[in-house]
Design a protein around this ligand. Sequence first.
Ligand SMILES: O=C(O)c1ccccc1NCC(=O)[C@H](O)[C@H](O)COP(=O)(O)O
Length: 227
Amino acid sequence: MNLSNMVKLRKKEGANPVIAEIKVYSPKHGDLLRGRDPLDILRIYERSGVAGISYITANEFKGNFDTLRQICNETDLPVLRKDFITSKGEIERTAEVGASAILLITRILGEKTAEFVDYALDHGLDTLVEVHSIEEARIANETNTTMIGINNRDIAILERDDGNVELTERLCRHVRGDVVRVSESGIRSIDDLKRALKCADAALIGTAFMMAENTEEFVRAFVEAGR
Ligand SMILES: O=C(O)c1ccccc1NCC(=O)[C@H](O)[C@H](O)COP(=O)(O)O
């Protein structure tokens, strides 16, 4: 099942649709893997009932394409590739490796976003079009994307800011309601999650999960928290 449909299914089942990120490194917090195997984290996320997996392949976050390939081979959950995509070749490569969805950033692609969305959809990928302002939401709304992500943190400064769900609350009403809306980044607590899911359909969380002492218990609490 693709990522957007899995989010809808989890919502229908009464679980909180959480996309859990296997995040190796954060420009703000440093090493997040702490010697662990990404595939062990994958198993924990699977057991915790998340809707999908996110993995960053960008160098700035110390990710790589081989690990994305391994994750796609090892799980039945939909996998989102996050990177600074600027070429259609990268869309083809993402589809070939078996990912379910690809991130497309309006700040980078501008008015070319719609064309990249159609190309990804033609290659069988779900598209998560990312916005951080009202103007970027306008660009995203005019595409055929299946999902729109509100990034609470500023990716232009490699998320070194303290962005939080407030941005989701402000921008959500500017985002079309007939797509899956995802609140991304800066979600640290169950209270943040509840605020995000008041307007968004899903939440994408990395750092808080990677820093948790007992990952499985922590993630499961997010998935099962009542609203
Ligand atoms: O979101 C982007 O535009 C992006 C693009 C390429 C690499 C990384 C990118 N953002 C960082 C993230 O994806 C966050 O790690 C993710 O949203 C989780 O956030 P957090 O829970 O704050 O770690």
